[in-house]
Design a protein around this ligand. Structure first.
Ligand code: COA
Ligand code: HC5
Length: 641
């Protein structure tokens, strides 16, 4: 038993559970027949540990620590009482904890299915902006249609090259801090699709070792969709020249724009689910849905670009990838349900958009790194060929008046959603990971503390902050939350605002804040995070038909999970920038890719919130990083004197 500064005691507890509770925990279907996977890529898979259920008292104690900088003393005392009550011996906390432990014995991962449902499939907002991230590739040098189609052909060939490694299970195992990670998500990113429902969505996957594995991709151009076979004579992939020839043919056959049926996929999920079910009654439409869902991925050949000034170019590319730019531009040239859409624009701007439910960003980054490296390294020319290839099949929907009306409504919805999004894409060039490492600090922690400082400079207070932490050390692991706002970060921010503080004091407090972030990161990636545990306890109560515990109805719980800063690091080897929308109306979405000498950032916010501006946060972030660098430089200079 130990006592803490905030007066909470940790104790060893014995758990008991009633039979009714035991029966209520039914095993759900295993997410993948892991035993079948034996290739190099899965060499560690069977030995990966199962996600633990953290000790209850540990989570409660750490929860209190995390809410401290966000609450008044009065609110903190109220929360502490609720925590004490929840965690008391024999209380509901212990019963729910016992439920989680039982669940964890029965499933490969006690959290995965719940998380998939909670974070994605039950989420009813449009996936565009609210859930699906985008990756902006480094600008390509082509400037005309021919260059666009040749690059697109290389992209397709590069992905098929990557697919070979997934299909024959030879992909190198991902590692984090030297530990092997779960590779399961790689089986979900190709030949997968989200399917809308009127109340809940689902996902389908058609892996290469499943029945009737798909051999086609879907190409979108001028809002028309085509199914293109990308293998010939069994499983020989088309050459880049052959793919190019097919893409030329598709573009020739789609010079006119069609009704933008794809824009329906950007709708609220219930709305789209209802239309989908209605359209699905028609045999032609049903076959087209299946063709898109089964396809390996979607390739969007965009034709329209906005005529914004040059200085807006990067932001405009970000918008084109994140949401398509609106009903007049490319939002209809998408199928947002598709797990992977590669987007190749006419002006050298390209990237991808991905539907988040099946996988996290890092496997996507691996795929894109492979693809872009492939594109850079292929040297033989792409040239017209005279091979007799089966032309791509046009997928022409039957549109009844109700659907036409739904398309018009969807155009209005997406245009107003897009109008509301402010996006800043920028490169911070003063320094990158190397400088921070040379100062013996964690680059990720440093960036997170700089973000805290940027926010504090604008609002004069700290806010609940989410950073994604990988749980892929565990079988079927997804993510937990690093709560980047801590008592230590708050102390540093307040010291920065205090002109009496010496540089050496600032260095000390900055290091303490960054180290405290690193500690939280380690805790989260080793399965001791608090957010998924608290969520699990809440979902256990719901599954048992109990009321949501008071602890999770408390102001502190709402404040500390209202993530005004929703952030994520996705390190890509290529010089790409990754982006996503905010998760709360008055918040920011911040994604970064730290490189050795610079850092790529994307900051999003909603225009409808008078209190947020992604431009202001970006400026303050740039300023904060520079100030923190200066403090370290000054510190090391005075240490040398
Ligand atoms: N001194 C010197 N070097 C240090 C250091 C220190 N005190 N602390 C860290 N470093 C080094 C690390 O060794 C590492 O070196 P490498 O580049 O040679 O590998 C590098 O700095 C980066 O480390 P750090 O910045 O601390 O971050 P990380 O790589 O440990 O990543 C997370 C931190 C949170 C991003 C990572 O744990 C994670 O969970 N990633 C997945 C996130 C995710 O899934 N995002 C998408 C969700 S969809
Ligand atoms: C291509 C960029 C991928 C980053 C997506 C990401 O970080 O998603 C987070 C997933 C998670 O479970 O933490 C969610 N977030 C966007 C809300 C941070």
């Amino acid at each position: 038993m130990f006592s803490t500064a905030i007066g909470l005691s940790r104790q060893v507890v014995k758990y008991t559970m009633s039979n009714t509770m035991k029966q209520a925990i039914k095993p759900t279907a295993c997410l993948m027949p892991l035993k079948a996977k034996t290739g190099r890529m899965f060499i560690h898979q069977r030995h990966l540990p199962k996600l633990p259920v953290p000790p209850l008292q540990q989570t409660l104690y750490r929860y209190l620590l995390s809410v401290k900088p966000l609450l008044s003393d009065f609110d903190f005392d109220t929360t502490k009482k609720l925590v004490d009550d929840f965690g008391r011996p024999g209380g509901i906390g212990e019963k729910l904890q016992m439920g989680l432990i039982e669940r964890s014995k029965k499933l490969d991962n006690w959290l995965s299915q719940w998380w998939l449902d909670h974070a994605y499939l039950n989420f009813r907002e449009p996936v565009i902006i609210h859930s699906s991230p985008a990756v902006i590739f480094p600008q390509q040098s082509y400037t005309d249609l021919d260059g666009q189609l040749k690059f697109a052909a290389s992209v397709v060939a590069g992905i098929l090259d990557f697919k070979v490694m997934v299909d024959n299970q030879s992909l190198p195992v991902d590692k984090l801090g030297g530990s092997p990670l779960c590779m399961y998500q790689y089986y979900k990113i190709l030949s997968s699709c989200r399917i809308p429902g009127s109340r809940k969505d689902s996902i389908v996957t058609h892996p290469a070792d499943g029945p009737d594995p798909p051999k086609h991709i879907v190409v979108a151009h001028n809002y028309k969709f085509f199914s293109l076979e990308v293998y010939k004579d069994g499983w020989t992939p088309l050459t880049r020249s052959e793919i190019y020839q097919q893409l030329c043919d598709i573009v020739n056959r789609s010079q006119e724009t069609s009704a933008p049926v794809g824009i329906l996929t950007a709708e609220n999920r219930n709305t789209w689910g209802k239309i989908y079910n209605q359209m699905n009654k028609d045999r032609t439409n049903r076959a087209i849905f299946s063709e898109i869902q089964r396809s390996i991925f979607v390739l969007c050949l965009d034709e329209k670009i906005s005529s914004l000034p040059k200085e807006e170019f990067d932001n405009e590319v970000g918008r084109q990838l994140l949401h398509g730019g609106g009903s007049e531009l490319n939002s209809g040239n998408r199928w947002a349900d598709k797990t992977l859409q590669f987007i190749v624009g006419p002006n050298g701007a390209c990237g991808l958009q991905y539907e988040h439910a099946p996988a996290e960003g890092p496997p996507i980054a691996t795929l894109l790194d492979h693809t872009l490296t492939y594109c850079d390294n292929v040297c033989e020319d792409v040239a017209p060929v005279d091979n007799q290839l089966t032309p791509a099949k046009r997928l022409k929907f039957n549109l009844i008046p109700d659907v036409k009306e739904a398309i018009e409504n969807a155009k209005i919805s997406i245009d107003s959603m897009i109008e509301d999004l402010e996006l800043q894409i920028f490169k911070f060039k003063l320094f990158g990971k190397d400088f921070v490492k040379a100062n013996k600090l964690s680059p990720d922690g440093f960036i997170q503390v700089a973000l805290q400082l940027a926010y504090f400079k604008i609002y004069g207070e700290s806010c609940a902050t989410y950073e994604s932490a990988s749980l892929r050390r565990y079988q079927l692991g997804r993510t937990d939350t690093i709560r980047s706002c801590s008592t230590d970060s708050d102390l540093f921010l307040r010291a920065m605002a205090d002109s009496d503080k010496s540089n050496s004091e600032l260095v000390r407090l900055m290091r303490q804040a960054v180290e405290s972030h690193k500690e939280y990161t380690n805790m989260a990636v080793f399965g001791d995070g608090i957010d998924r545990h608290l969520l699990g306890l809440k979902l256990m109560a719901i599954e048992w038909g109990w009321n949501v515990p008071d602890l999770m109805m408390d102001t502190a719980y709402n404040i500390s999970t209202h993530f005004k800063l929703s952030t994520s690091q996705v390190p890509a080897k290529t010089d790409s920038t990754l982006t996503f929308g905010p998760v709360v109306p008055d918040g920011f979405g911040v994604c970064y890719n730290p490189k050795s000498k610079h850092i790529n950032f994307a900051v999003s916010a909603f225009n409808s919130s008078p209190s947020t501006s992604s431009m202001t946060l970006s400026l303050k972030l740039t300023e904060s990083l520079a100030e923190m660098q200066n403090i370290l430089v000054q510190g090391s200079m005075s240490a040398k004197l």
